[in-house]
Every structure is written in structure tokens, then in C-alpha cells.
Design a protein around this ligand. Structure first.
Ligand code: PFF
Length: 468
């Protein structure tokens, strides 16, 4: 029975939680967001958001999850109700499920591109075909067409959904945890190889290189303090913290609900957050932009990032740039890059699917297998419009409302529930139960006052500046 599911080991739990957080957000969204929002100056709002929102919310979600899980609830409707005691909280908890499904619908599509690109790279496809042509083939993109579909692209999308469902159907310890234990170390290995190779190349040794890769690294870290007074930069930084830590979506609650009553929450929660930050700031910042800058020059990369996200650089530009690394290494480099993205993506998409499965199991008494089929049906239904709509801007609007706005609203609800309805004193006691980490009292006050106030300000900024 699903209700008795638990993580099998502490290492597995940490890797699964890190896999949940480390995703496309770390390797594609972060470098682009940092570069677009003032480079090094972005890091100040980013770190402030991490300390006053990211870490406290991480602890809140872990604590709520373990508490609800102890009472047999594994998704936010049940978990919210167990803390809030009223049915209204249950309905509010449903928002978390909708966010997970909404993000999954486009996240899985990009995940399927990563898989296609990884295979095609390994086969040496990009030595002959420009990545843009390959992209058009797998998305069915054609000039001036709003709706179009590519059969191979849809098939890969369905394959990706199928792989996720298969893993989820094997359960928390037997599926998610096993995959995380393999995927996370591999991901880090791939990332380190690419970062070292990219940063150790030198224009003197490679005639195609126009600039040192360190200029690309510096691009993120070079401070532009003039941006600090700009609310849009603060909103972007807060949005990135939410997205990258998987906060405000009900996903962490769900994973934490499979903890045992005395499992450590404070230390393991903080470990997950810091692992994610390492994979974001250190690895995520050291691959995409440095490699792109070294072959294209800073100005070209600046323009490319300003006009969009990191997606263009990652999928259209990098495969060609790898060809500079020689015919023997280029296919492998492409495989490492897209393999890394695929591993990062799948350990996150599993984390979006599990809450929905848990909801069906808890509330409707579905068996795990039946819940897997139901989720598969929902995702396939969502997949068709996602794969067909090519209207420019739809993706980024959707990413804003589902991937930023909804998360902030949900986070506000949960901090009110935890600190004010359930009560910060009880909440604090829950957090510290079984903990090896003595969380400074400072966070007690931050969680009660600063976090909600900060979220409200961010929310107001988002409402009045929805185009950011
Ligand atoms: N944190 C993931 C990333 O940075 O890509 C995204 C994510 C994971 C979103 C899990 C939602 C979720 F439930």
C-alpha cells in the first residue's frame, strides 16, 4: 500500500531531494536570468531571496510534509488539511497539484528534446546537420505556422512520459530513489567534465576561439549595481529561487511525506538546498555561457540571452560549438551536455508527477498502477496542445504564470498556514524534532515575519509588472 511507502536510505533521500531541485532551472534558466538581470548584481537579490525565503520555505515544506506523512497524507490537499484542520485548506492545497501538472506539461516536452539531442549527438548527427534544422524536425516548427506537429517529436514526447510513468509505477524507494542514486552522480560527473574542458581551453591553442572562456564566467559575476534598484531584478531573482528549489509547488512536501517520524528535517533540508545551489551557481554558471562566449564573443552571447532564455543557446548554438572540439570528442561532448540536461530534467519531472499520483492514491484509493495510468492519460492529453502550439511568447507567458506567479501565491499560503494557523511555536518544535542541526533562533523570527512580508512585496511587484 502506498501509505506505507518510505525512502529506503538517507543517501537515497538526499539524492532524490537534490534530484527534485536540480533541474533545467539550474543549467538553462539560471545562467540566462543572471546574465539578463545585471550579471553579478543579480547575485545579491538572489542570495537575499535564498536566505529569507528559500531556506525557510524549504524547512517549512519538509516539516509540513513529514507531519502530514505521519498522518497518512502525501499530497498538499491532505497535508494542508492536517495542519489547518479546515476543509478550505484542503482546497487551497489543490493549487499545488495544478502547478505540478502545469509545469510538467512543458518541462517534459523540453526533457524529450534533451533525450533526442543526446541520442542524435552521440550518433554524430550535428557534424552534418545544423541544430536549428534538427530542432525544426523534432518540433514541426515551420515559418509562419502557429500550429504544427512533428510525428517523431510527439513520439519522443510520449516515450519520455512513458519512461517517467514506468519509474513512478515502481514506487518511491523502488523507482524514484533508485533512479536518483544513478542519475545524480552521473550528472555531476558530466557537468564537471564539461566545465573543466570548457574553462581549460585557451584561444592560443584553439584558432576558432575568439575569447577566453573566463570572460564568459566573469559575465555572470561582473557586478552591475545600477540594477539593484530595479524591482524586476528582485522579482526575477525571487522567481529563480522558487523555481530552482522546487518551492511553492507541493513537490517537496510530497517527497518529505515519505520520511519517518524521527528523520532529520533541518539538516537534510538544508543539505538539499545547498547541493542545489552548488549545482546552480558553480556548475550551472560554468558551462553554457563560458563555452558560448569563447566561440561567439561576449557581444553575440549578450544579444542572444537578452532576446530570450538560455534555450536558444543550449539547443541551437552549443551543438555546433562542440564541433570545435574535434570530430572525435564533439559527439561525446554533445552527449554529455544533453545527457546532463536529460538527467537533471527527469529527476525533476518525477517530482512533479509523484504528488499527483499520491493524491489519487490517498484521496481516491487508487492503486499505484492505476494512478500511474491515470497520470499518463493526463500528461498525454496535455502533451498534444503543448507540442502543437508554436505561437511565440505562449511558452514564456505560461512559464511566468505557472512557473513564477503560482509558486509565489502558494508559498504565501503555506507560510501563513505554518507560522500563523498551525503556529510558529508548534512548527518550530516539529522542525527541530530529531534534528542534528541547531537552527539559529534568527530563523524563527524570519519565518514568522520576514518571509511572509517579503513574499507579499514580491507578489505585489509581480502583479503590477506582469511583463517581467
Ligand atoms: N527545480 C526544478 C528545476 O530547477 O528545474 C524544477 C521543478 C522541479 C519544478 C520539481 C517543479 C517540481 F515539482
Amino acid at each position: 500500500m502506498a501509505k506505507n511507502e518510505r525512502w529506503a536510505s538517507r543517501v537515497g533521500l538526499v539524492l532524490a531531494m537534490a534530484g527534485n531541485a536540480v533541474g533545467l532551472g539550474n543549467f538553462l534558466r539560471f545562467p540566462a536570468q543572471a546574465a539578463q538581470n545585471g550579471g553579478g548584481a543579480f547575485m545579491i537579490p538572489y542570495l537575499v531571496s535564498l536566505v529569507v525565503m528559500g531556506i525557510p520555505l524549504m524547512w517549512i515544506e519538509w516539516t509540513m510534509g513529514r507531519y502530514g506523512g505521519g498522518l497518512g497524507h502525501h499530497s498538499t490537499p491532505g497535508i494542508f488539511q492536517s495542519l489547518g484542520k479546515s476543509r478550505a485548506w484542503k482546497y487551497l492545497g489543490v493549487l499545488g497539484l495544478l502547478t505540478c501538472l502545469g509545469i510538467a506539461s512543458y518541462y517534459l516536452y523540453i526533457e524529450s528534446w534533451c533525450l533526442s539531442y543526446a541520442i542524435y549527438s552521440l550518433l554524430g548527427g550535428f557534424s552534418a546537420e545544423p541544430p536549428a534544422a534538427f530542432f525544426d524536425r523534432i518540433t514541426g516548427q515551420a515559418p509562419n505556422e502557429v500550429f504544427a506537429v512533428s510525428v517523431p517529436g510527439l513520439v519522443m514526447f510520449a516515450v519520455c512520459i512513458g519512461i517517467n510513468i514506468f519509474i513512478l509505477s515502481r514506487g518511491v524507494a523502488g523507482g524514484i530513489e533508485v533512479v536518483a542514486k544513478v542519475a545524480m552522480p552521473l550528472l555531476i560527473l558530466f557537468g564537471v567534465v564539461l566545465a573543466v574542458k570548457g574553462l581549460s581551453s585557451h584561444p592560443d591553442a584553439d584558432p576558432n576561439m575568439v575569447e577566453s572562456p573566463w570572460i564568459g564566467l566573469n559575465y555572470i559575476w561582473e557586478p552591475d549595481y545600477s540594477q539593484l534598484g530595479n524591482p524586476a531584478v528582485w522579482l526575477a531573482a525571487a522567481g529563480q529561487i522558487f523555481f530552482t528549489l522546487s518551492i511553492g509547488m507541493g513537490s517537496i512536501h510530497c517527497y518529505a511525506s515519505y520520511l519517518r517520524k524521527k528523520d532529520d528535517v533541518a539538516l537534510t533540508g538544508a543539505t538539499t538546498a545547498w547541493t542545489n545551489e552548488l549545482c546552480e551557481v558553480v556548475l550551472g554558471g560554468a558551462i553554457l555561457l563560458p563555452i558560448a562566449v569563447s566561440y561567439l564573443g561576449l557581444e553575440a552571447v549578450r544579444q542572444s540571452v537578452a532576446g530570450g532564455s538560455g534555450f536558444g543557446l543550449a539547443f541551437m548554438t552549443l551543438p555546433t560549438l562542440f564541433n570545435n572540439w574535434g570530430p572525435a570528442f564533439a559527439p561525446l561532448a554533445g552527449f554529455l551536455w544533453f545527457g546532463l540536461l536529460f538527467l537533471a530534467a527527469i529527476t525533476s519531472s518525477l517530482a512533479m508527477g509523484q504528488p499527483v499520483m499520491a493524491f489519487l492514491e490517498d484521496e481516491f484509493n487508487f492503486s499505484r498502477v492505476r494512478a500511474s495510468w491515470a497520470l499518463m492519460g493526463m500528461l498525454l492529453l496535455l502533451a498534444v496542445p503543448v507540442a502543437m502550439i508554436h505561437e511565440q511568447g505562449v511558452f514564456s507567458d505560461f512559464d511566468f504564470w505557472v512557473g513564477t506567479f503560482a509558486l509565489v501565491v502558494f508559498a504565501l499560503l503555506e507560510v501563513i498556514l505554518f507560522a500563523w494557523v498551525f503556529g510558529i511555536d508548534r512548527g518550530w518544535e516539529e522542525l527541530m524534532r530529531g534534528s542534528e542541526l541547531n537552527v539559529p533562533r534568527f530563523f524563527y523570527y524570519v519565518t514568522k515575519y520576514v518571509t511572509p512580508a517579503f513574499i507579499i512585496v514580491i507578489l505585489l511587484a509581480a502583479v503590477f509588472k506582469p511583463s517581467v
